[in-house]
Structure formats: structure tokens, C-alpha cells
Design a protein around this ligand. Structure first.
Ligand SMILES: [Ca+2]
Ligand SMILES: [Ca+2]
Ligand SMILES: [Ca+2]
Length: 449
């Protein structure tokens, strides 16, 4: 339970008996931008008390910022009351060039939990700029933020290999006015091993810019159980890193995944149990002489130009992949080519993110191995399940594992999602999908002069 009492810090200061062995809880008691009880004051107190702090809110507030909040250089968790209830607003709802950045991390560790950060503006990192600390975003939404740099964009910008973890969160309608990254830019370096960008149970909707996510010289990209929809250009733009992408859905992006190794052998980016559907241009496009991508149990279907393009490097099928055409050179055991995956629409099929559920007659059902290396699907449903009613449980290809088919005559749909007992109790779910911005209406045409 969260404590909503007077802050321990306040009591400690008044009575001079503050126990520095304990973490402090500081309560925001007003929506005012500054002054007593404000979030701004709470951060100032937290920065100066030598404690690990949690900042909480005694009620639901929308806080309109007039300037960036105090720089974070210590360890602070800001725990709101849910992204619809604790809103930090940067003052730029029209996504022009007014408004402010919300957070700047110098060397500290910031956790944002159950908050909304919206309408912020900066050249890069409009919601959060991480110079040399760590950032965790949990159960939070970053919406309608605008950045204004072709290189250092993103609602979140992190430089110098600083670790970022995004979990159970939502990025929606963020925009880069200069056509750079819209949602997250993570720039690493080769001398800081082990740092990473982790993305789990998180949704990215309608990122407008050169990419939704740009990860550049990061050693460790981990994407799992996440959904990317409606990126005006690339959903995932990977420039020189290793990584894994699993149990995730990339739907109706201009291009789903682009990877350029810059001719450096980083080892493979492993893609397992992923559904890539309806890309306007390309599903997966790779460049660079040493680029390696290894695919397993993955659907790539219905791209406007080509499902796969290899302009350098190697795209390797480990097996049990599905190509709706035949541009991915899938020829390993269990691969399906020129095969329609027969998927339902992108929607809430249980779990914290939207997915494409295979239709009853989908060839993706039970077309994988008994052990794909994934114990659950994107929603948290266990793998494998016997989806075709032949008593043999095999993994499905793609991000969703269809439920056990009990009646092979089709009386029962094979879809266990209506059974409450097997639907994970997820956090707040993404809002209904909004109409996607047409490419012509993206950042390229929205620069302000
Ligand atoms: Ca502190
Ligand atoms: Ca199955
Ligand atoms: Ca079966």
C-alpha cells in the first residue's frame, strides 16, 4: 500500500530526528507548478536529502510545467495514481515548438511509475533526457510529445549507453518535427558493455518520424511482449548492436525492422515468435556486410513492397518461419512460404498489449516446434498448446499461441480468450487504436516555418 501521509522527510526536518537509514516518501499535495507541495518542490527536497526517495501524490493532478523540472542526480521514484490520473504536461498540445521538457537526468536513477507525460517539447528527449543515469518507465504513458532534432530525437533520449527499461507502458502520437526518431532514441558506445535498452509489455502507436525507436551502438537491445503500430517510417531502427526481439507484434508500420551493422560483426539479432504484418514498405530490411539476423517462429506477411530485403549481411532462418510471399529465402525445417497466415485484426486479445490472433484455420497454428524457446506468448499464455486438436501440443508461429482446441469439429473456436480464468490480469490497456497518420501527414509535412 502506498503511504499518503506527511512526508517522513518533512517530519525529520522539523524534529531533527530524520533517520537517514530509511528511504523517504514525499507527497505532492497540489497541481501547482511550483511552491509548497508541488512536484517541483518534492524533487528539490529529494535531491538534497541524501536519501532514496519515492514521490507520491495525495490526489489526482494535472501539473502544467512552465519549465523543466529540477535535474535528477540521485535515486528517485515518482509513483503516480495511474496514467489517466497523474498527468505531467509540457504545454505543447499542438506539437509545435513551444512547451518544455519534463525531466532531465544527469547522473541519477529515475523511475517513473503510473504517470502520464504529455505535450512536452525539446530538441531531443522531450519527455525525459537521460545524460548519464538510468531510467525506468513502468505502467506509464508518454503521449503527444514533440522533439525537434533529426538525430537526437525521441520523447526519451538517452546518450552514452545509459540503461533504459520500459515496462507495461505506452507511447502514442509522439512526433519528431525534424523527421528524427519519435519515441525513443538510445545512443550507446562500444566501450561500455552490458548496458541496454529493455522494452517489455509496452505499446508504441503512431510514432511520427524517421523511426519509433532508434537504438544506436547499444550492446544489448531486448524487446519482448511489445507492440509497434503505425510508425510513419521505421518501427525499430537498429544501427550496430546485438539484441533479441521476441513475442512481439509489428503491425502497419511503414517498415517494421531495419538493421544496419555498420559492417561490424555484432553477432546476430535474434527474432523469435514475432508477428510482422501489413508493413507499407518492408517487413525486415538489413544493410551492412557483417549484419546478421536470425529468425525463428516468426511471421512476416503482407508487406507493400517486400517482406524481406537483404542489402548486405545475412538473414538466416532457424526454422518454423512463415513468409506470405517468398522474399525472405526461408528454406529451413518447418518454414512456410507463399502462405497466408490468416490472422485476425490488431486488437485486445488479452494481456497488456494488442495482438493479431490467428484465425481458426490459420496455418501458423501448431506449425512450430514443441519447444520454441519461449515458455509463453506475447500475452502471457503458456506455450505450447494443442491448437489443432490432434492431441499434440506444438508452438504456433508468431506472437500469439492459440488456445487448446478441444473439439476438432470446430464447435469450439479454439480461442480461449473468452475464458476469464486464462486471461492474464493485465495493467491498463492501450486506448483504442486511432486512425494512423498517412505518411504524407507526418513530420515531413509538419515542420513549422
Ligand atoms: Ca534523495
Ligand atoms: Ca499451438
Ligand atoms: Ca496439435
Amino acid at each position: 500500500m502506498r503511504h499518503r501521509t506527511l512526508s517522513m522527510l518533512f517530519v525529520g526536518l522539523v524534529f531533527g530526528v530524520f533517520n537517514f537509514a530509511q528511504a523517504a516518501t514525499i507527497t505532492v499535495t497540489t497541481n501547482a507548478d511550483s511552491g509548497a507541495g508541488s512536484l517541483r518542490e518534492a524533487i528539490t527536497i529529494a535531491e538534497g536529502n541524501g536519501e532514496v526517495d519515492e514521490i507520491i501524490f495525495d490526489a489526482d493532478y494535472t501539473i502544467a510545467l512552465s519549465s523543466v523540472l529540477p535535474t535528477i542526480s540521485t535515486e528517485i521514484t515518482i509513483t503516480g495514481n495511474g496514467w489517466n490520473n497523474t498527468i505531467i504536461d509540457g504545454g505543447n498540445p499542438a506539437q509545435g515548438t513551444s512547451g518544455v521538457r519534463a525531466f532531465y537526468i544527469s547522473t541519477g536513477n529515475l523511475t517513473l511509475d503510473d504517470v502520464m507525460i504529455q505535450n512536452c517539447y525539446a530538441w531531443g528527449g522531450s519527455a525525459v533526457y537521460n545524460e548519464s543515469g538510468t531510467l525506468s518507465v513502468i505502467s506509464s504513458s508518454l503521449e503527444t510529445n514533440a522533439s525537434n532534432s533529426a538525430v537526437y530525437g525521441g520523447a526519451i533520449y538517452s546518450e552514452s549507453s545509459n540503461p533504459i527499461d520500459l515496462e507495461l507502458s505506452r507511447f502514442e502520437d509522439n512526433l519528431n518535427l525534424q523527421g528524427g526518431p519519435a519515441d525513443v532514441t538510445a545512443i550507446g558506445n562500444t566501450s561500455t558493455p552490458g548496458q541496454h535498452l529493455g522494452i517489455t509489455d509496452t505499446s508504441f502507436f503512431n510514432g511520427s518520424g524517421d523511426s519509433s525507436i532508434l537504438v544506436h551502438w547499444k550492446e544489448d537491445l531486448v524487446v519482448e511482449s511489445s507492440t509497434f503500430y503505425g510508425a510513419s517510417e521505421k518501427a525499430l531502427d537498429i544501427l550496430g548492436c546485438t539484441g533479441t526481439i521476441s513475442n512481439s507484434t509489428l503491425s502497419e508500420n511503414q517498415t517494421a525492422i531495419e538493421y544496419d551493422s555498420y559492417n561490424v560483426n555484432w553477432g546476430p539479432v535474434n527474432i523469435t515468435g514475432v508477428t510482422i504484418l501489413d508493413s507499407d514498405s518492408y517487413g525486415i530490411r538489413i544493410f551492412g556486410s557483417s549484419t546478421q539476423v536470425a529468425l525463428s517462429h516468426t511471421i512476416i506477411a503482407d508487406s507493400g513492397i517486400a517482406n524481406c530485403v537483404v542489402s548486405g549481411g545475412t538473414l538466416t532462418s532457424v526454422g518454423n518461419n512463415l513468409d506470405s510471399a517468398n522474399t525472405c529465402s526461408f528454406a529451413s525445417a518447418g518454414d512456410l512460404i507463399n502462405t497466408n497466415p490468416l490472422l485476425g485484426p490488431l486488437q485486445d486479445n488479452g494481456g497488456p498489449t494488442f495482438t493479431h490472433q490467428p484465425l481458426l484455420s490459420s496455418p501458423a497454428i501448431d506449425a512450430g516446434l514443441a519447444d520454441s524457446g519461449l515458455a509463453v506468448d506475447q500475452r502471457g499464455i503458456s506455450r505450447p498448446q494443442d491448437g489443432d486438436g490432434n492431441t499434440v501440443a506444438l508452438c504456433d508461429i508468431g506472437a500469439v499461441e492459440s488456445g487448446t482446441l478441444i473439439f476438432a469439429d470446430g464447435f469450439e473456436s479454439g480461442d480461449v480468450l473468452g475464458w476469464d480464468a486464462v486471461v492474464p490480469s493485465g495493467p491498463q490497456r492501450p486506448s483504442a487504436l486511432r486512425p494512423r497518420l498517412a505518411p504524407a501527414a507526418t513530420s515531413r509535412s509538419r515542420n513549422l516555418f
